[in-house]
Design a protein around this ligand. Structure first.
Ligand SMILES: N[C@@H](CCC(=O)N[C@@H](CS)C(=O)NCC(=O)O)C(=O)O
Length: 138
């Protein structure tokens, strides 16, 4: 089995899951290491070398290091385009894929992430009750 693709990031992260889902759709094999809160720290010098934003996912392959989940998904889909149509080349069809990816990463994510960090991750830095309430309303 070819393990030339390495994914850095815990599987419970939604942003890592996007990459795992893309790999599944494309039939790609990979190695994955657990990084992120609860696992190896993304603030360690070792990780910051890969992504100075201290966030997962990161991938490493023969082309180098890449971070930012949607960019990684587009890259993998584009690279393996010869047998899949995850990312169409035709502009209008491609735009319809990308509009959902951009909407998720901007509008959707920002509407619920504060409440998620407070109530699910229980992060002490996310304790503003008004912002939690707004997040729950959506
Ligand atoms: N815009 C980034 C966001 C990445 C992100 O928010 N990752 C979170 C996990 S979902 C993270 O790394 N948090 C820090 C940690 O878990 O230590 C992307 O889409 O890749």
């Amino acid at each position: 089995m070819d393990h030339s693709l390495k994914i850095l990031g815990k599987a419970s992260s939604i942003n890592v899951r996007k990459v795992l889902w893309t790999c599944e759709e494309l039939g790609l094999s990979f190695e994955r290491e657990d990084w992120g809160s609860g696992f190896a720290s993304t603030h360690s010098p070792e990780f910051l070398r890969f992504n100075p934003n201290a966030q997962v996912p990161v991938i490493i392959d023969e082309a180098g290091v890449l971070w930012e989940s949607n960019t990684i998904c587009r890259y993998l889909a584009g690279k393996h385009q010869h047998h899949h149509e995850l990312l169409p080349g035709e502009p209008a069809a491609r735009a319809r894929v990308e509009q959902w990816m951009d909407w998720q990463a901007t509008d959707l994510n920002s509407s619920w992430s504060y409440a998620f960090m407070a109530l699910v991750r229980k992060d002490p830095e996310y304790q503003d009750s008004h912002r939690i309430e707004v997040g729950l309303r959506g």
